[in-house]
Design a protein around this ligand. Structure first.
Ligand code: KIV
Ligand code: ZN
Length: 388
């Protein structure tokens, strides 16, 4: 398709993801994940928040010094100490980015920062200008943007771009937005901020209402060119937009969105497993794309369809996300076709009559036993073949 846009994938597993309670990672683990993210093909790795702790500083510095193949980003609040510390950690990177954030919503201005709107704009300009003095890749995030008054958001974004921001990231910090709301926030910025074309628009959606992926997709449709996300959707509270889901949504529905990414999708499952084992945060079985059941079928009708033509019940190929193959699980809902297929795979060529007997015995067994193994099927087939 012509005019296809490429959407940048900004991975924040090592920063926002690590903010999931219980998910902290040590230096070797962070290095291993950073390399896996490069192999996956992400464009930007947010490696940490250097001012947060000496360990965070060291991790960002080590990743910046040793990992090649992606832009390495460090987070900073909008003040001199944070920005200087972020640059200190990042300066050995081949392609460094400083990410400066400052809250803009009325709630954060009044209760957290105790700053007026004019003071916020002035501080954003100072912070972005300082970061731009260190490197030419500067991202600015108006924290809690989704709850910021639209006029004020436009004003801050315009000022940040003028001060040197090359990416403006629009966070839905508390996961409050809905898809139509997020789409409107982005299209408003596209229409109303005169210098918006000088920066990439990014979104950073949290998942408090379970809408982070849908909101990110709506933002892409409205003109966003970068998505911030994490592996397995880990992150503060209910987490962030899940990288594997947003990438496969854009790829599977490319007919509609007409966008591409640099992600090597066959690496999605291995990367998900690595992050899960390092953080100890398990992936639920029915999790889209990378869950154990994502390509498993148990019902007889579905299995029969799958054996005839996989696209009857699968919209993606399991191999494309890193699974070996579709899993036709044998259970009490399964049908004769799947049983015959499994028996054949195990080396048993049953006559129609033999298959019928094995099928009846299999159904009896499946009513008693939750998991049916290949050994169980082999035993039933052996019995039939030897007995006849
Ligand atoms: O959720 C948020 O607002 C953030 C910012 C630092 C981008 O994580
Ligand atoms: Zn966040």
């Amino acid at each position: 398709m012509s005019n296809q846009r490429t959407i940048k994938i900004f991975d924040t597993t090592l920063r926002d993801g690590e903010q999931s309670p219980g998910a902290s990672m040590n230096l070797p683990e962070k290095m291993e994940i950073a390399q896996a993210l490069v192999d996956l093909g992400v464009d930007i790795i947010e490696a940490g928040f250097p001012i947060a702790s000496p360990g965070d500083f060291e991790a960002v510095h080590e990743i910046a010094s040793n990992i090649r193949g992606a832009t390495i980003c460090g987070l900073a609040r909008c003040n001199d100490r944070d920005i200087d510390r972020a640059w200190e950690a990042l300066k050995t990177a081949k392609s460094p980015r400083i990410h400066v954030f400052l809250a803009t919503s009325a709630i954060h201005r009044e209760f957290k920062l105790k700053m007026t709107p004019d003071e916020i704009v002035a501080r954003a300009i100072e912070g972005v200008s300082r970061a731009a003095g260190y490197c030419d890749d500067v991202e600015f995030s108006p924290e809690d943007a989704a709850r910021t008054e639209p006029d004020f958001l436009c004003r801050v974004v315009e000022a940040a771009i003028k001060a040197g921001a090359t990416t403006v990231n629009i966070p839905d910090t508390v996961g409050y937005a809905t898809p139509s709301h997020m789409g409107r926030v982005i299209s408003d910025l596209v229409k109303r901020v005169p210098n918006i074309g000088d920066a990439v628009i990014s979104v950073h959606c949290h998942n408090d209402l379970g809408l982070a992926v849908a909101n990110s997709l709506a933002a892409v449709e409205a003109g966003a060119g970068q998505i911030e996300c994490t592996i397995n959707g880990i992150g503060e509270r209910a987490g962030n937009c899940a990288l594997e889901e947003i990438v496969m949504a854009m790829r599977t529905r490319n007919d509609y969105y007409n966008v591409a990414t640099h992600i090597n999708t066959e690496r999605l499952v291995p990367t998900s497993r690595l992050v899960s084992s390092v953080t100890g945060m398990q992936v639920q079985r029915n999790k889209a794309i990378v869950g154990r059941n994502a390509f498993a079928h148990e019902s007889g009708i579905h299995q029969d369809g799958m054996l005839k033509e996989p696209t009857t019940y699968e919209i993606m190929r399991p191999e494309d996300v890193g699974f070996a193959k579709t899993d036709l699980v044998l259970g009490k809902h399964s049908g004769r076709a799947a049983l015959a297929d499994r028996a054949k795979g195990l080396g048993y060529h049953l006559s129609g009559e033999q298959l019928q007997v094995v099928f009846e015995q299999f159904k009896e067994l499946a009513d008693k036993k939750k998991d049916i193994y290949d050994g169980d099927i082999s035993a039933l087939c052996e019995q039939q073949i030897r007995g006849s």
